[in-house]
Design a protein around this ligand. Sequence first.
Ligand SMILES: [Fe+2]
Ligand SMILES: [Fe+2]
Length: 444
Amino acid sequence: MKILLVDKSADVRELTAMMLSSQFVTDIVQAEDGAEAVRILESQGQFDIVISGYKMSTKNGHDIFKSLRQISSRVPFMLVSSQAYSHLSEFNHDLYFEALQKPFEEELLIGKVQLLVNHAETKDWKSGYIPVAIEILEKMNSVSVPLFIQLSENHFVKLSHAKNLFTAVDAQKMRSRGISSLFVELGDYSIFIGQFRKNVFSQVAWDQADPKDCLEILSRDWDLVMKASRKFGFTEKVINLAQENISRGLAVMSQTVNFKSAFKDFSDSKQSRLSAHCYMLAILCTAIAKELGWVASATLQKLTYAALLHDVDLDEELFTSKQTLINSTDFRQFTDDPGMMRLVWHPKKASELIAAWSSCPSDVEELIIQHHEKIDGTGFPMGIDYKTIAPLSAIFILAEDIIYHSVDNFGISPLEFLKSRFDYYQHGEFIKIYAAVERVLSAK
Ligand SMILES: [Fe+2]
Ligand SMILES: [Fe+2]
């Protein structure tokens, strides 16, 4: 990364250069005053970033910024000054501008540079962070746990302090710069989810809002909770967070949800594919059960728990990259491939993970373990067929088949897809379930 570093104090320049090169692969050109900096800018070609003080003997930080903008509208400029915030208005909310107040901590300097130069090459560091999508941060008025930016696989640096609130405006600015997520330290994660709920849940009038909007928010929240479960396991804290989400989800789904628009919104939305997949399944499964007249609240609860938890052993990456494989491959030929075995056993692993969850309704484990079985016995992990598949699992399997083809992957209309499977589903319990799904999907 080629950096122009401007400050009248040689000590400040040295210290800043040291901090930068301890983290990034750098090529740093230094200047001690404004006129010299402008000359360098005009003669030395493209820089990746200009980091500059304000007061200098000739010209000031703002003059350097103006010269830079004549050359390029996108080369980032960072003002580092003890009065940084009092000069902000001079920089016109430029998208590629950041201010840093002196004296500053190394982490803040590095974080802001990474933010501005997202192609910066870095040296490796430590791990232990959970990604949070920028869209989540945008929905929150403020975040008061420290946020981090990722420099490389195991290297994260602090971007905001607990005492400096990170706001929705900051998040919008980052999204405009093409940054898709920031990170929260493991230890702060449940506090973060609490803040998300306080901010976002309180903005929704749950009784009056459009159910599909509520479900969209719950699906984003579910993604946060599942990330916590992957890092911490199903601890009491994580179970409580999950429980609150499920209760709200059940309450919303007890109303009528407009499928067509929910399908469309979930297919189009940029949120986690995995949690959108789970929520769509929950919506469709509960609607099918109601259509069948299986309206006992215990039944709807079981289906919702199973829909939200069935792929808990997959992460986002495994889910998106291996979904076709999961849905189309005969796994019995891969019994000695450990990667494939992880996929084959994810239904069993998920059912074991939630077995310790005492408030989870009975039979959910059975539903989860059967969710990749198929009517003709070609599914996994057990290879059972329609004669052995439990009736609730049959709802689940048919719903997943539709969601997979219509929402997750191929955009086929759900009803059209269902009709193409008519012959395939004419066995046992599946016959009446097929008819119920057809009625649900045909409803206006
Ligand atoms: Fe699955
Ligand atoms: Fe699934």
